[in-house]
Ligand binder design. Structure first.
Ligand code: ZN
Ligand code: ZN
Length: 371
């Protein structure tokens, strides 16, 4: 396996600090674990990072299970010099955080979307007399634009997913069940080097294909069925996301054939609209307008796409009316679909990286319909 470019973790705290000033806080308590990982390289399941805005100081607290791992990961990511580590039980962690709050810190931001009411109360006690202030999307904004190391990892996840789908696709013609196909796909991804699936795999056939987020069932796939497969792999923390819809055993007929055609054209139009400087909402309308023209506006009920990275759904949303400006290096999905209860559903999705003059797809599996 070829060497991947390193993640540029150490520079991220520097990029975050000006955003704290803009948000009117002297420090930020980072509680979202993907945000903690992004800023420090620490990937444990428990930990809080306190970042000071004015001084080059940050403190990661976690519990004893992660004593060794946290130290190793700070070292490996290059942040050991700029992030102090505090390890111990809940009270030890709160005391360590309180100890960081000097007399110059009056307002401490919390990640309002990732902090429970109960932990907000505990933090308020620990941070007193500093005041807690709700913030939203500060680290997430930084995460939108990927560095070369991140894109390479998403791309590797996508390659693994593509290869796994190629391995299991013949099962469709053999009358497999949805659940067996989903399991085989996940096992293949793991065998090909994924550390996990990126999210719960969707395999939805026949009438189930008309439910955008169907769970795989014991239903046997029949000739002529549409089969929606929406899945991804996780590689070194980064996820991929792809949907293909196949027709089992033969070319689709009647209205289903038209649905395939329209969704494929809409997805191509959406991908063609992706470019640095474009509003995410314009990518959504590129897809939506074609589907509406075909008379199926109501049958495309979800948004066109989303950012992908450490999380399967992250900023920016590629949704109707979204004014988020796509920047070069942002990774988003384009995934229109049409779902007709009496005919079936079709969704086609690629993960793409935005470039100055368009985008390059990271998921490249064939869009040939018959499987
Ligand atoms: Zn998907
Ligand atoms: Zn998606």
């Amino acid at each position: 396996m070829s060497e991947l470019p390193p993640l540029e973790v150490p520079g991220r705290l520097h990029k975050l600090r000006p955003l704290l000033v803009d948000a009117g806080v002297d420090a930020l308590l980072v509680t979202d674990l993907s945000n903690v990982r992004y800023l420090t390289g620490f990937s444990g399941s428990a930990g809080v990072l306190l970042v000071e805005g004015a001084r080059d100081r940050a403190l990661l607290v976690t519990d004893g299970r992660y004593r060794t791992q946290a130290a190793e990961q700070l070292e490996a990511s290059g942040t050991a010099g700029s992030v102090e580590l505090g390890v111990g039980g809940a009270q030890v962690q709160r005391d360590a955080l309180a100890g960081m709050i000097g007399s110059s810190v009056h307002r401490v931001g919390i990640e309002a979307e990732h902090t429970s009411w109960a932990s907000k109360r505990r933090f308020a006690e620990a941070m007193a007399p500093a005041e807690l202030v709700a913030t939203a999307g500060l680290v997430e904004a930084l995460r939108e634009v990927k560095d070369a190391g991140e894109t390479a990892r998403i791309s590797r996840a996508a390659e693994i997913a593509d290869a796994a789908l190629g391995e299991v696709l013949p099962m469709i013609g053999q009358g497999t069940t949805e659940a067996d196909l989903a399991l085989a796909l996940e096992v293949a991804m793991r065998r090909l080097g994924a550390e996990d699936r990126a999210f719960e795999t969707i395999v939805a056939s026949g009438p189930n294909s008309a439910k955008p987020h169907a769970q795989p069932t014991g239903r046997h796939i029949l000739t002529g069925d549409p089969v929606v497969i929406d899945f991804g792999a996780t590689f070194d923390g980064y996820r991929s996301d792809m949907t293909r819809t196949f027709c089992a055993g033969r070319a689709p007929a009647g209205e289903l054939a038209r649905v395939f055609e329209v969704v494929r054209a809409a997805q191509a139009a959406g991908v063609a609209a992706v470019k640095a400087g474009v509003e995410a909402g314009d990518v959504d309308s590129a897809c939506r307008d074609l589907i509406a023209k075909a008379g199926w506006a109501e049958a495309f009920e979800h948004s066109t796409g989303h950012g992908v990275g450490l999380d399967i759904h992250e900023a920016p949303a590629v949704a109707s009316g979204s004014t988020a400006i796509l920047a070069a290096g942002t990774v988003v999905t384009v995934e229109p679909g049409v779902y007709l209860p009496t005919v079936g559903g079709v969704r086609i999705e690629d993960t793409v990286v935005v470039t100055g003059n368009g985008c390059s797809p990271l998921t490249t599996f064939t869009k040939d319909v018959v499987a």
